[in-house]
Write a protein that binds this ligand. Structure first.
Ligand code: HEM
Length: 403
């Protein structure tokens, strides 16, 4: 790891470069910055609610209640008895009704219909909340060309998420399966989290003004590693939910009396996706690995400037992961009780917040194109960096670590 110290004397001439290469600073004029930031903030909040609604839909067993895909016409629920009857009849054709819910009355059906409809309705509302202000901002020239591509990507990801959601529902609309495929559930969940992280990142880039004054490569790399581990963990969280793995071993710290469960018959690769006990084992181990890595990351913060936003927020992810593990254990131990749903919803929600906290710390510790520009310019001008003696008395300025 090399450290380069920016001398105060040279700083002003680099500052221009910094501004020039921070696309978001350039992309939004001062009138547009605040409304666009608020818009993205509301969008991120709505996405969080949508993911939680998705969790409730799954936990109440509602996901297959609407058997038709009607992005626009489906906005209205059945409005009269005949329409309700028709909708219920369609549901009666699928395996979930025949094998699991054959005792359902129309009233039972209406109760599961509600959550799936709400989940889809919220998606429609999000489409409007994202799209209409976007058009207005464009029309009023509050967004310049540079931000159009990232926002277009956001719309593509949003539309894709709707399609992935429908593909997932299709995997459960047949004569044999009583629920959707765990892999498609995980894909739908992960896509939603990627979309949320992306909106959150754009939001931060418009709202967090503080310039980093010292960053640490070690902390940044650990942050990236943590996000990669969390990605696997979230996929396994969805597998836990999709295979109802908790019910197979509602015990902790052991798994039905042993620490290494039988991995099931068949090939390991297959079992890693489908065997509930192995899935649970991986989900637990990943939680412990993430917690330990977060403790190491916390200590790596010693290299980050005291008082900086990143340094001040360093305890947050660790606190969240401890809460998350506690909720996971509570969800597991209560999995065959009526309270299970509350722990599961909270566990999913805190998982989202953990992800956002790590996206946030990565944002605060990032190296911007502007920083790279500074480093390049410094090299070109051969400003002395601290050599083996590590000191440069004239340089009491910015410090950036570069790869
Ligand atoms: C880093 C820590 C953890 C994270 C980020 C995490 C994340 C998640 C997520 C996001 C889900 C829900 C996925 C979905 O709804 O589609 C989930 C499910 C689950 N997790 Fe965790 N988890 C963690 C630790 C734990 C621990 C330590 C346990 C227990 C030992 C646990 C037990 C469960 C159980 C039982 C479920 C299924 C709940 C249900 O059916 O909805 N988790 N996890």
């Amino acid at each position: 790891m090399r450290k380069i110290i920016f001398p105060q004397a040279h700083w002003p001439q680099f500052a221009g470069g910094l501004k020039k290469y921070d696309i978001h600073l350039k992309a939004i004029n001062s009138n547009g910055r605040k409304p666009v930031a608020i818009w993205l903030g509301i969008g991120a909040g709505m996405l969080i609610i949508q993911i939680v609604l998705g969790g409730i839909t799954r936990l109440t067993g509602s996901g297959l209640s609407i058997t038709q895909w009607g992005p626009i016409l489906g906005a209205l629920p059945p409005l009269n008895d005949a329409a309700w009857k028709r909708s219920f009849e369609l549901y009666q054709h699928i395996a979930q009704f025949k094998k699991v819910n054959s005792f359902f009355t129309l009233a039972d059906y209406k109760s599961i219909f509600f959550w799936e409809w709400m989940h889809r309705e919220w998606a429609r509302l999000m489409g409007i909340v994202f799209f209409l202000p976007f058009v207005i901002f464009l029309f009023r020239r509050m967004i310049s060309k540079e931000l159009i591509k990232p926002l277009a990507l956001l719309f593509i990801l949003g539309a894709l998420q709707g399609v992935v959601g429908w593909i997932m529902v299709k995997t459960g609309l047949n004569d044999t399966d009583t629920s959707v495929s765990p892999i498609s559930l995980a894909t739908h969940f992960i896509f939603a989290l990627l979309l949320l992280s992306y909106v959150f990142w754009l939001f931060l880039s418009l709202t967090v003004k503080q310039r980093r004054t010292q960053i640490s490569d070690t902390a940044r790399r650990l942050n990236i590693l943590l996000l990669a581990l969390l990605f696997i963990q979230l996929v396994y969280g969805a597998f836990m939910a999709g295979t109802h793995a908790a019910l197979y071993a509602p015990t902790w710290p052991d798994i039905n009396g042993s620490f290494l469960p039988a991995t099931g018959n068949g090939r390991l690769i297959h079992n890693l996706f489908y065997a509930p006990l192995l899935i649970q084992f991986v989900h637990r181990c990943m939680a412990y690995i993430i917690t330990i890595t977060l403790i190491v990351w916390y200590f790596s913060m010693r290299k980050v400037k005291r008082g900086s936003l990143l340094h001040r927020r360093r305890l947050l992810p660790l606190m969240i992961v401890l809460l998350q593990a506690t909720l996971g254990i509570a969800a597991l131990l209560n999995s065959n009780t009526p309270h299970a749903i509350y722990f599961s919803i909270l566990h999913q929600f805190v998982g989202i917040i953990l992800l956002l906290s790590l996206v946030g710390t990565l944002f605060l510790g990032r190296v911007t194109p502007g920083d790279r520009k500074i480093v390049k310019a410094q090299r070109a001008r051969a400003i002395p960096s601290p050599g083996s003696n590590g000191t440069n008395l004239a340089n009491k300025g910015r410090r950036v670590n570069v790869e």
